[in-house]
Design a protein around this ligand. Structure first.
Ligand code: ZN
Ligand code: ZN
Length: 299
């Protein structure tokens, strides 16, 4: 709790300092770059690779995720995945670490402070077999401090702005990343549509996708968690799926798992039949019959 408060206080200090002394272009670019690299390590690495095994990654990519994932200070990949698999298995139940039924603030950040610290490691036996994942679990804090704070300060020292690098690419970046990640557990379980399943509180929210590198299409994700995409249509803002697709072109990722279009179509049809969407009923036709769900994009 102290760490979380300090990060947010120093993030405010970073903004105030930038307003007073100015913001060098290279420092701003470094902070934005660090936000994207650390963010992708959580969305593409911790989430879609380690927690869900939605594709396979070569060692250099796995190491990148473990390094920059540690810099995101959301626990080690092993613990994060254990919690997340529990979330999917027990969504909206007492065992769910971020149980959305307990209110917005509980699912946003409250659970971080109050739930028991030890996750259930029985559901991550596959990850415990990975030497690098085990090593990162042991060295998570020093690696996080090094990659999350020391490295951006060192890089920014190259143009004489080490403090700016530390504050902006370190603390402000981390505070924004926290709020983005937290919003998946809160916002994406409260705001948005439920085109694929109404069995959980998970929702598709373009707004949440915008601030989380594509993780906001949470209704689709809860219905099809093994799919490497969260935004299944080509126009869905899901930079993480674009990143993974690019990594596959470079030979660093393979076996990207896609849900068969028929399964997506069936899911949409069952939701619409149970509770027809009034927007489509007004037109006298169902979106499914229009083929809207029948042609998900390649990405
Ligand atoms: Zn969820
Ligand atoms: Zn998930």
């Amino acid at each position: 709790m102290i760490f979380l408060a300090a990060v947010h206080d120093l993030a405010v200090a970073a903004v105030v300092r930038a307003c007073v002394v100015g913001l060098p272009g290279p420092t701003a670019a470094l902070a934005a770059g660090w936000f994207v690299l650390c963010g992708l390590s959580i969305t593409g690495g911790y989430h879609r690779l380690f927690a869900h095994r939605s594709y396979r990654a070569a060692l250099p990519l796995r190491l990148f995720y473990l390094l920059f994932g540690a810099a995101s200070f959301q626990n080690s990949a092993l613990r994060w995945s254990a919690d997340h698999r529990t979330h999917h298995r027990y969504t909206d139940r007492d065992e769910d670490p971020y149980d959305a039924r307990r209110g917005f603030w509980w699912s946003h950040v409250g659970w971080v402070f109050f739930r028991t610290p030890e996750p259930d490691f029985r559901n991550v036996a596959d990850l415990r077999a990975d030497f690098w994942v085990r090593l990162q679990d042991r060295l998570y804090i020093p690696v996080g401090l090094l990659v999350g704070f020391a490295l951006p300060a060192l890089i920014a020292a190259g143009w004489g702005d080490a403090l700016g690098g530390l504050l902006l690419a370190g603390f402000l970046r981390l505070a924004l990343q926290y709020q983005a990640t937290f919003s998946i557990n809160s916002l994406a379980h409260r705001v948005g549509r439920q085109p694929y399943s109404t069995r959980t509180s998970a929702r598709d929210s373009a707004l949440a996708a915008l601030i989380t590198l594509g993780e906001g299409y949470h209704n689709f994700h809860h219905r099809f968690p093994a799919d490497y995409r969260n935004g299944v249509r080509f126009y869905h803002f899901d930079p993480t799926k674009w990143w993974l697709w690019t990594m596959s072109l470079l030979g660093l990722a393979r076996d990207l798992r896609r849900t068969p279009p028929e399964a997506i179509l069936r899911a949409r049809r069952s939701v619409e039949q149970a509770a027809p969407d009034p927007r489509y009923l007004a037109r006298g036709q169902s979106s499914v019959r229009n083929g809207e769900a029948g042609s998900p994009s390649l990405l």
